[in-house]
Design a protein around this ligand. Structure first.
Ligand SMILES: [Ca+2]
Length: 449
């Protein structure tokens, strides 16, 4: 008799619980905004890059700023040390150091030739330089002592080191160099600082009676300056990426401003992106001489709400979050509640939206992480086009539980999680029923149940 009479109560409690949860389904803090869930993939120590090998065994490589690269299987398991460059580079884990190992790029035919490239900050005779080097995996091992120096660029400060490497659709290596802490360098065409450089690493050539391990692509722009220069006028390009779904090979880049505006740029050959004549859309000199500034940012934002540091991301090309397809995702290190998305509208305008993190209650059971108080320092994209956030708990290099979080689509229907929510839902229902029964018995109300 008890069970028969309890049924309507149980049913209404379950309906109530489901209604509560579905009311916030797939909506962010603002009910009109879409949101994404986060799945923990790896725990690391200040990782700044994660790459997936094209072909071969399909390994992943995870690069930590302190100078270590690990390899993982295609399922992101089986961690192995791949390269340790800690003794070569300048990096102080006790402070918020912007130096260290800042980028690696796999050669387009890495699975055949084992070649990859690094960008790191080092010292030589007590002077600081950005080093671009080539290393090679031979029979599963990388001998750091056999690295080839591709390029060495003097830095004037410990900050604004830039430091992205990537291979374009054209097979050439793109190198994103900060102004090195000396703002006048970005418009100086005799300096490699404050530039995007493009080189051919497959062909060595003789220059000034010396062999160098790269050549200049014949269609690099004619800039009446150093021939490595592909685009210029950058302050501190931080995290640049190739859109793997673009046949043109579009390259996007975040560029950190001085104190007023940060910006996102779409990199085009021979364009001047403004620094230090402009910061974002703001002119630094009066009267403003905009002659020759063709590289307008596609998006700028003010530092009006406090500290800001743009973190360039990726164009989402994964199969699992369909409403993000073709949108460029990026972030600011200090905006902890949302990502930015940019999409080129049919009218050619760039439309910006916020992408919030979902309430965990509407996320799949395996994807209920939150960014919390962590700082987002970089992004990653796998070969399928899925996007990952690289977060850290601290500006120093001492935190050990930094995270790699994969963006995951929220549920379209309410799902009770087997391990936790299912248990807690029934625990809640049971305790409510027992409490009602105890009250009923104690007050002799049993007949109304
Ligand atoms: Ca600019």
């Amino acid at each position: 008799m008890i069970s028969r009479n309890l049924c309507p109560v149980l049913l209404s409690l379950v309906t109530f619980a489901v209604t509560l949860t579905t009311s916030s389904l797939v909506l962010g803090p603002n009910a009109t905004q879409p949101c994404v869930c986060l799945q923990l993939k790896l725990t690391t120590k200040k990782a700044l890059a994660m790459l997936e090998e094209h072909g071969g065994a399909g390994r992943f490589f995870l690069m930590e700023q302190r100078g270590v690269v690990y390899s993982f299987s295609s399922e992101l398991s089986g961690q192995k040390l791949f390269v340790n460059m800690t003794s070569l580079i300048e990096y102080d884990a006790d402070v918020a150091d912007e130096r260290g190992l800042l980028s690696i790029a796999l050669h387009p035919r890495f699975s055949e030739n084992g070649k990859f490239y690094t960008y790191s900050i080092r010292k030589f005779n007590n002077v600081q330089y950005a080093y671009v080097t080539e290393l090679q995996e031979v029979f599963g091992r990388v001998d750091v002592s056999r690295e080839k120096l591709i390029m060495v660029i003097q830095q004037h400060n410990v900050t604004r080191n830039g430091g992205q490497l990537l291979f374009g659709n054209d097979g050439y290596l793109y190198i994103f160099v900060g102004d090195g802490g000396l703002r006048s360098t970005a418009q100086n065409m005799s300096s490699l600082l404050g530039k995007v450089l493009r080189i051919d690493t497959d062909h060595a050539e003789v220059a000034d009676n010396l062999i160098r391990y790269y050549s200049i692509p014949s269609d690099n722009p004619d800039v009446s300056g150093l021939r490595e220069i592909y685009a210029w006028g950058f302050r501190n390009p931080w995290r640049c990426s190739l859109d793997i779904g673009s046949t043109r090979g579009d390259i996007y880049c975040g560029d950190l401003g001085e104190g007023a505006q940060d910006e996102i740029n779409l990199i085009q050959k021979g364009h001047n992106y403004g620094w230090d004549i402009k910061e974002g859309a703001i002119c630094n000199n009066h009267p403003c001489n905009m002659t020759g500034l063709e590289g307008d940012p596609i998006f700028t934002y003010n530092h009006s709400k406090g500290p800001a540091a743009v973190i360039g991301g990726y164009v989402y090309r994964g199969p699992s979050i369909q409403n993000l397809t073709g949108r460029y995702l990026f972030a600011d290190m200090f905006s902890k509640n949302f990502l930015y998305t940019l999409k080129n509208s049919s009218g050619g305008q760039w439309e910006e939206n916020h992408l919030y993190y979902c309430d965990p209650g509407v996320c799949p059971c395996h994807a209920r992480e939150s960014v919390g108080e962590d700082y987002l320092v970089s992004f990653s994209q796998d070969r399928k086009g899925e996007v990952y956030l690289l977060t850290t708990k601290s500006f120093t290099g001492r935190s050990t539980d930094d995270r790699i979080l994969k963006l995951v689509s929220p549920n379209h229907d309410f799902t009770v999680c087997q391990a936790s929510s299912h248990f807690s839902l029934w625990t809640t229902i049971s305790s409510v029923v027992i409490s009602l029964a105890v009250q009923a018995l104690s007050k002799n109300y049993f007949h109304i149940l």
